[in-house]
Ligand binder design. Structure first.
Ligand SMILES: Cc1cc2nc3c(=O)[nH]c(=O)nc-3n(C[C@H](O)[C@H](O)[C@H](O)COP(=O)(O)O)c2cc1C
Length: 202
């Protein structure tokens, strides 16, 4: 089982990264291959809407997404960890998502299947500073479309409110424990046993 774990905050060792690390710690209790990627360390652009993927089924941009596309296609899980910025994911995560347009074109314009016949599962790990009722609504909606474009499905996520300052999540060991437990469940148990929040407005 291969897991592509995307860290989408620009803040190194911030709250989301600590959350993702706890999840990964749990994953390591099973037999999984994990690749953790920090988007802020990469150089890639958002979709430039050139339309080339519509007939090629591939993105013509040559940047760090070129190899990241292959990592996604090889993965059984895509885990995206992002803080909430302006009621959505960060702009780096948005750029990453936009580049799934090449998969969308391959799937829906050219009617091509996933090259290895996989149906990857998408998991979100997210948090924000406020207590907004609809804080994660936009992220969840977008991610569902992204996973669909990538021949996959959204499995659910973990979402936490009221976490702001760098490292503040360490004041909530129960949150990190939840993420670790989820990681272990994903690596060792069938999907119906995973303690994920599947709501559209978590
Ligand atoms: C540009 C920016 C926009 C933000 N927008 C929101 C927001 O709309 N709602 C919210 O609850 N928190 C918002 N936050 C707070 C972050 O979600 C919060 O500080 C989070 O803990 C940061 O996680 P990190 O340490 O992983 O980067 C924003 C922070 C920044 C820097």
């Amino acid at each position: 089982m291969k897991i592509l774990a995307i860290h989408g905050s620009p803040r190194d060792s911030g709250n989301t990264e600590l959350l993702l690390n706890a999840f990964i710690e749990g994953l390591r209790e099973g037999k999984v291959e994990i690749e953790k990627i920090k988007l802020y360390q990469l150089k890639f652009s958002p979709c430039i809407e050139c339309g080339e993927c519509d007939h090629l089924g591939e993105c013509v941009l040559q940047d760090d997404m070129t190899w990241l596309y292959d990592k996604y296609l090889d993965a059984d899980f895509l885990v995206v960890a992002t803080p909430i910025f302006f009621y959505s994911h960060t702009s780096m995560v948005q750029a990453f998502f936009e580049r799934f347009q090449a998969f969308w074109a391959r799937k829906y314009k050219l009617n091509l299947p996933h090259p290895y016949g996989k149906t990857p599962k998408g998991i979100l790990l997210s948090l924000g500073a406020t207590k907004g009722k609809k804080l994660f609504e936009s992220l969840v909606r977008t991610f569902k479309f992204v996973m669909d474009a990538g021949w996959g499905t959204y499995a659910g996520g973990l979402f936490f409110r009221g976490i702001d300052k760098k490292g503040e999540i360490l004041n909530y060991p129960e949150i990190l424990e939840k993420a670790k437990t989820l990681g272990k469940e994903v690596a060792t148990l069938p999907e119906d046993k995973w303690s994920l929040d599947k709501s559209s407005t978590p």
